[in-house]
Design a protein around this ligand. Structure first.
Ligand SMILES: [Zn+2]
Length: 468
């Protein structure tokens, strides 16, 4: 690593196809050695933001910190965190990019954004050099996931302001693979994607886990066995499913390829710096590209390895809209136990298994939708989709799980046995006995994007009380 910041990469360089690692000197380094590289990049990134961003200077001065205070990686925790609401406020005050844009607006090469379905949309301005570095980072992580230049990648997700698809495309291009940006979301498009995937002999798939399962159902309706596509690698972002053990097993059993979990946040692009390797032991944190700490959700101090908290991310080579200590709001446990791939990065063995605000409490128990998904998908006879409805009856919370049964369990006796099994396994996992309501497979709507499976009716109740 040269002392130049931001780093420059040779766009033509690529490892030999049989090499396991793209940058073994960083990926497999002794962590303390790599931390020296991380610290040098971090100090340059923080100095850069201090000089160019009123947003950071204002917040850091208020907190009594400055780049001079950053002597060790541990010092980073003295810097205040950034919440998404802070970014939205900065963009409202200094539209459209906010006063954390550190390049001239005319140097922005790509404009992306959140969909704005919840809250005001956030605008992302990505500089031209940043976009090239994003491609470099994604190619490196995809290499670790097992992608090679002879792969033919079907990108089956929205091509819109959504950064996920474009980031996947850019990484595959830099890696030298053949990319096939099919998209998703138009009427009839899944059926077409099934046909094209077969005719083009795609070897890899990108999308959301829910969409991959929908894609498989569509293929089977057409008489195509999903294993016959020959996908070697399926990589995912956008929702936690690929890190949910039972969903991962289901995707691998369905397609016969490796199911790879990836993704941090759009703001943190290159979002693949949370990325599994082909051994699939949980997402590695590619610390020399984005420095990630799993932190206590109240104090934002890093928790020790083995602990649970929320990932807090810091860019190390972003010049357009650098994020320094952005709080994700996701929940994860991290570990530094070794991975057979030889990378020495910390890992999130269970992926991002929930959100601080997704978690709901029923009768005093903390419940994550991903735990319900994991439990149901491990039960034979589950039909593939479910909803969770929480209500309150006479001041008692009630948890209703509406789940599909497979065609094999349609008769009365197996259906009753299935409901009983679901109730029992969920009770054991959650500590709360749910009510089970079974519906036929295919009855609950499928999503082509991020699944929204929890309905909390108690909010209405709470509002009623608040108005009294
Ligand atoms: Zn690994």
């Amino acid at each position: 690593m040269s002392a130049t910041w931001p780093p420059r990469y040779d766009p033509a360089w690529r490892p030999a196809p049989d090499a396991e690692h793209w940058a073994p000197g960083l990926e497999c380094a002794e962590p303390k050695k790599r931390d020296e590289v991380v610290l040098a990049k971090l100090r340059a990134q923080v100095q850069y933001a201090w000089e160019r961003s009123p947003f950071y200077r204002r917040r850091w001065e208020a907190a009594g910190v400055s780049p001079a205070r950053l002597r060790t990686l541990a010092d980073l925790a003295k810097f205040p965190v950034v919440q998404k609401a802070d970014l939205r406020a900065a963009q409202a005050a200094a539209p459209p990019f906010g006063d954390y844009l550190c390049i001239e607006p005319r140097e922005v090469a790509r404009i992306h954004g959140t969909s704005g379905t919840t809250g005001h949309p956030t605008v992302f301005g990505v500089g031209r050099d940043d976009w090239e570095r994003i491609g470099e980072a994604h190619a490196r992580v995809l290499w670790g996931a097992g992608l090679r230049p002879d792969d033919r990648v079907l990108i089956a997700s929205f091509f819109s302001l959504y950064l996920g698809s474009w980031g996947a495309l850019k990484g595959c291009e830099r890696l030298g693979a053949t990319v096939f940006p099919f998209g998703a979301g138009l009427p009839g498009q899944t059926l077409m994607a099934v046909q094209w995937a077969r005719e083009m002999s795609a070897t890899a798939f990108y999308g959301t886990p829910s969409y991959a399962l929908h894609f498989a159902e569509t293929a089977r309706r057409e008489g195509i066995e999903p294993r016959d596509f020959g996908f070697r690698t399926l990589f995912f972002s956008g929702e936690p499913g690929a890190g949910v053990a039972a969903t991962k097993r289901l995707i691998e059993a369905t397609f016969g390829g490796a199911c790879i979990d990836m993704g941090s946040m759009a703001e943190m692009t290159p979002w693949m710096t949370n990325g599994e390797c082909r051994r699939r032991t949980g997402m590695h944190l590619w610390q020399d590209i984005v420095y990630t700490q799993v932190c206590d959700p109240e104090t934002f101090a890093p928790v020790p390895y083995g602990g649970e908290g929320t990932p807090v991310y810091t860019h190390l080579e972003r010049t357009s809209q650098p994020m320094i200590r952005l709080v994700s709001g996701d929940l994860a446990r991290w570990t530094d136990e070794p991975c057979p791939c030889g990378r020495t990065y910390p890992r999130l063995p269970g992926g991002l298994y929930g959100r601080i605000d997704d978690m709901f409490i029923v009768r005093g128990e903390n419940i994550y939708p991903s735990a319900i998904e994991d439990t149901l998908r491990a039960i034979e006879g589950f039909g593939g989709e479910f909803r969770v409805i929480i209500s309150r009856r006479e001041a008692m919370d009630e948890l209703l799980v509406r789940a599909e049964y497979a065609a094999t369990h349609a008769a009365d006796a197996p259906r009753a046995a299935l409901a009983a099994r679901m109730r029992e396994r969920l009770r054991a996992r959650l500590g709360v006995t749910p009510r089970i309501e079974l519906v036929a497979a295919g009855e609950l709507p499928r999503t082509e994007f991020k699944a929204k499976r929890v309905i909390d009716d108690r909010d209405l109740y709470k509002k009623g009380v608040a108005n009294v």
